[in-house]
Ligand binder design. Structure first.
Ligand SMILES: Cc1ncc(COP(=O)(O)O)c(C=O)c1O
Length: 460
């Protein structure tokens, strides 16, 4: 079917996520039919650099031989069998490999070793599982009343109700307020727009003191602190200052609460380390992983817990200590086969080592474009970054929401062969880790042109 036919059918039948469908049905639809390396091709034959890794999932590019073959090999054996009452080979092998990877990544930290892998199928469910696990853990320990969580303002943990309860982005989550369970919100470490009105150069990371105040007042009500370590991704790639994460770990230890690290976006090399927690030598009690886990191939997620948490769930059948949670596609063999190939590729290709020059290119650019009158802030870690566009740099006043400044910029750069998706006024830069330095440079240059063009500035 040609692109016009497909576009028309899409508009007639498909309801797109996070999309105002009135606008969508009035505009032109880009239909993707193919991918190769870091590029995707539409049905009109135009190629685009996949500048957001197909929504932060792709690592080694599209049609990566080793992952393709691993999935095909598995397809020749079985596509799916349940983990409810059965095991399957790829999920067993992947669990072992993940535990080893976590142990190697967090070497030297014995206290919170992550050894038990619970499968689900997307980032939201990985978080949902973590919240329920932490909550039930305390019940099994005979400690009642730990019915709530601490999370951060501007947090995003997914779209299921538990994940939304832990979320803190008003525009996404506000509507559902009455459906949500109670959580305590600590300030986001968003230094550019500090909630406490402080400046990073002179503050004592007072946002941590605010979190401590919550814990002091409510420690017996709190099951866990849940955070996106290092980078609050959907909040606008808000990058926590050095020491924040260690501070959160310290507080969890001091007040005896579980630390849940949602590494759905940051995991698998995005921040330059295998996991964002490694950037500060922090080991969480529960870690949530998805997105990059399968290299952007298939929906799969894991929630990995410590032995201590797992052991609390052991008991006689009649004691009902079982973790009553599971999904139809839990531990899907195709997804696990892809993930096994991904972990092998990290080792074989030295992916983390190869990242260093590309991270330098990106971060040099982030520094340089701060010269523009409408670039308020640039931030990020590793190969995940954002450029925050503002109307007035002195006052940090944003553009009016209806101006859609972020969208205007990404649509402009799309015309230059780069696919990006903004977060409000933030232009997100998050290419596959395998992007070449040349393609990264081209992508940044075209993005810069569009930022300058749309905000009506000369390129310096
Ligand atoms: C940190 C974080 N947690 C959870 C999720 C939800 O993942 P999914 O969209 O796979 O449900 C996301 C998605 O962007 C995320 O960035």
């Amino acid at each position: 079917m040609d692109y016009r036919g497909l576009g028309a059918l899409d508009k007639k039948y498909v309801w797109h996520p996070f999309t105002q469908m009135k606008e969508w049905t009035e505009g032109a639809t880009l239909v993707i039919e193919e991918g190769l390396g870091c590029f995707i091709k539409d049905t009109r034959g135009r190629w685009y650099l996949d500048g957001v890794s197909s929504l932060w999932v792709n690592i080694f590019g599209h049609r990566k031989k080793e992952i393709d073959e691993a999935v095909k090999r598995q397809l020749d054996r079985i596509a799916h069998s349940t983990l409810l009452g059965l095991a399957n080979e790829p999920s067993v092998l992947l669990a072992e490999k993940l535990v080893r990877l976590l142990r190697e990544s967090f070497k030297g930290e014995k206290r919170h070793q992550l050894t038990k892998v619970f499968y689900s199928d997307n980032g939201s469910t990985a978080v949902e599982v973590a919240l329920k696990m932490a909550f039930q853990y305390w019940i099994h320990k005979g400690i009642t009343g730990r019915n709530t969580f601490v999370s951060l303002n501007r947090a995003y943990h997914g779209d299921t109700i538990g994940a939304v309860s832990a979320g803190g982005i008003e525009i996404f989550h506000g509507t559902f307020r009455h459906l949500l369970f109670k959580t305590f919100k600590a300030p986001s470490p968003y230094c550019y727009r500090c909630e406490l009105g402080l400046h990073r150069t002179s503050c004592g990371m007072d946002c941590l003191h605010e979190m401590e105040k919550i814990l002091t007042g409510h420690a017996t009500e709190i099951a866990a602190v849940v955070i996106e370590p290092k980078v609050q991704a959907a909040g606008g790639m808000i990058t926590a200052p050095e020491g924040f994460l260690r501070g959160v770990r310290r507080l969890c230890d001091k007040y005896g609460v579980i630390l849940i690290a949602d590494e759905v976006a940051t995991g698998f090399g995005r921040t330059g380390e295998m996991f964002a927690c490694c950037t500060e030598g922090v080991v969480p009690d529960i870690i949530c992983l998805s997105k990059g886990l399968t290299g952007g191939y298939l929906p799969l997620a894991v929630t990995v817990a410590t032995e201590e948490i797992y052991n609390a769930f052991l008991g006689e059948y009649g004691q009902l200590k079982t973790f009553f949670h599971g999904h139809s596609y839990t531990g899907n063999p195709l997804g696990c086969a892809a993930a096994l190939a991904v972990i092998d590729l990290f080792e074989k290709e030295g992916t983390l080592q190869q990242l260093k020059p590309k991270i330098e290119i990106l971060h040099e650019w982030l520094k340089r474009i701060l010269r523009y009158r409408h670039v308020g802030d640039t931030r990020g870690a590793g190969l995940m970054a954002a450029v925050e566009i503002v109307k007035n740099k002195e006052t940090r006043e944003p553009y009016p929401f209806e101006d859609k400044i972020g969208w205007r910029i990404v649509l402009d750069v799309r015309g230059k062969g780069v696919f990006l998706r903004p977060l409000g006024d933030c232009i997100v830069i998050m290419p596959p880790l395998a992007i070449s330095p040349e393609n990264l440079t081209a992508m940044l240059s075209r993005t810069e042109e569009s930022i300058a063009g749309i905000t009506e500035e000369e390129r310096p």
